[in-house]
Design a protein around this ligand. Structure first.
Ligand SMILES: NC(=O)c1ccc[n+]([C@@H]2O[C@H](COP(=O)([O-])OP(=O)(O)OC[C@H]3O[C@@H](n4cnc5c(N)ncnc54)[C@H](O)[C@@H]3O)[C@@H](O)[C@H]2O)c1
Length: 325
C-alpha cells in the first residue's frame, strides 16, 4: 500500500515487531506504541525494537516509538494528535492463558480497557480503520473442527480468552455506533523468530537443545494449529488493507492443519538433533484440547494462504535462536 502512517500497538512484542518491519518495508510510516509490560524481559523487547529501527533505516521509512500504557487515554491521544495516522493495528495485550488465571483483573484492564481506548481515540482522531488481535482461544473447547468464524464462542475457558472475546464485542459495538471499520484477527498459536519466551516451541527448543527435560502437560494428544510468523504478518497486512471494505469483520489466521503435542516434541527433537527428555504432568487449567482454523473466509476475503510447514518453521526458529543465543 505505502505512504500511510500506521500506529502499531504492542510494537516491541513478538508479532508487533514483525508487523512494524513489514509495514516499513512496503513504505508505510509507523508509530510504534508499547508500555514494556513486565510479562517478560524488557531486554528482549528492546532487541526486537532495535531490529525494527534497522529495518526503518534500511528502507528509508519513518519509524517513531512511544513508550506508554494504552490505558492512559490522554497518552494514546497524544500519539494521534497530529492527525497523520490512517489507522491502528492493535496488537498490545497481556498475552498468555495460564498467567491470566492468576491476574484476571490485570488482563481485563490491559486487554478490554486498552482496546476501548484504542477504538475511541482512533475514531476521535479521524482514523479510517482499526485491526485488532483476537485469539483462537475464544473457541474454548468447541468440538466441531475446523473452527469457523460463525461458530458459537460463548464459553471461553480462561480469563485471557474471555478478555479477547470481550474485545470482539467491544469492537462490534464501537463499529455499530460510530461506523469505524473494525476487524478482529483470531490468531492461532504463532511461532518463529522472536517468539514470546513463555510459548511452547521456543521453550522446547531451548530446553531440548541444551539437554534439559521439558514438561508435557496431558498425554500429548492435545493439538494446535501452529502458525508461522511470516504467514501471520501477511494476514495482518491484508486485513489492514481490506478492513475499510467490511465494516466489522472477524477473520481466522491459522496454519494449515493441527499438530499433536507429541508430534511437536518429536519434531523439536529432530530439528535440534537431541532426544527430548519428557516429564509428563496433568493438563493445566485453562488449556484447550485442540485448535484448528477454518480459513475459507480469510482465504476468500484476504487471499490468506499460509505457506510455512511446521517442520520448516521450527527449523527457521531454531536457526534464529542459535544465531541469537
Ligand atoms: N503469539 C500468539 O501465539 C498469539 C495467539 C493469539 C493471539 N495473540 C495476540 O497477539 C497479540 C500479540 O501477541 P504477542 O505474542 O506478540 O505478545 P507480546 O507479549 O510479545 O506482545 C504484546 C506487547 O503488548 C505490550 N503491552 C501489553 N500491555 C500493554 C499496555 N497496557 N499498553 C501498551 N502496551 C502493552 C507488551 O509490552 C508487549 O510488548 C496479543 O494481542 C495476543 O493476545 C498472540
Amino acid at each position: 500500500m505505502g505512504s500511510h502512517r500506521v500506529i502499531v500497538t504492542g510494537a516491541a512484542g513478538f508479532i508487533g515487531s514483525h508487523v512494524c518491519e513489514a509495514l516499513l518495508a512496503r513504505g508505510d510510516s509507523v508509530l510504534g506504541y508499547d508500555s514494556f509490560d513486565p510479562f517478560y524481559d524488557r531486554a528482549l523487547k528492546e532487541r526486537n525494537l532495535a531490529e525494527v529501527r534497522d529495518t526503518a533505516e534500511r528502507s528509508g521509512t519513518e519509524f517513531m516509538f512511544v513508550e506508554a500504557d494504552l490505558c492512559d487515554a490522554p497518552a494514546f491521544a497524544s500519539a494521534l494528535a497530529d492527525g497523520r495516522a490512517t489507522g491502528v493495528i492493535h496488537l498490545a495485550a497481556k498475552a498468555g492463558v495460564r498467567p491470566s488465571i492468576e491476574d484476571p483483573a490485570g488482563y481485563v484492564r490491559a486487554n478490554v480497557l486498552g482496546t476501548q481506548v484504542v477504538l475511541s481515540e482512533a475514531s476521535r482522531h479521524g482514523c479510517d480503520r482499526v485491526v485488532c488481535a483476537s485469539s483462537s482461544s475464544v473457541y474454548g473447547n468447541n468440538e466441531k473442527t475446523p473452527f469457523s468464524e460463525d461458530d458459537p464462542v460463548e464459553h471461553p475457558i480462561s480469563p485471557y480468552a474471555a478478555t479477547k472475546r470481550a474485545c470482539e464485542l467491544v469492537g462490534d459495538t464501537h463499529h455499530h455506533l460510530t461506523g469505524l471499520p473494525v476487524s478482529m484477527l483470531r490468531f492461532f498459536t504463532v511461532f518463529g523468530p522472536r517468539q514470546r519466551p513463555d510459548l511452547a516451541i521456543g521453550l522446547f527448543l531451548r530446553k531440548v537443545g541444551s539437554g534439559e527435560p521439558i514438561r508435557m502437560f496431558g498425554d500429548g494428544s492435545t493439538s494446535r494449529d501452529y502458525t508461522f510468523i511470516d504467514d501471520i504478518v501477511a494476514g495482518v497486512l491484508a486485513a489492514y488493507d481490506k478492513t475499510p471494505d467490511f465494516g466489522y469483520r472477524v477473520w481466522n489466521l491459522g496454519g494449515d492443519h493441527p499438530t499433536k503435542l507429541s508430534e511437536l516434541i518429536d519434531t523439536v527433537g529432530a530439528v535440534t538433533g537431541r532426544d527430548p527428555i519428557v516429564h509428563k504432568e496433568p493438563m493445566q487449567a485453562g488449556d484447550v484440547e485442540r485448535t484448528w482454523a477454518d480459513q475459507t473466509r480469510s482465504h476468500a476475503e484476504l487471499g490468506y494462504k499460509p505457506t510455512t510447514s511446521i517442520r520448516e518453521g521450527i527449523e527457521r526458529q531454531w536457526a534464529w535462536m542459535t544465531q541469537h543465543a
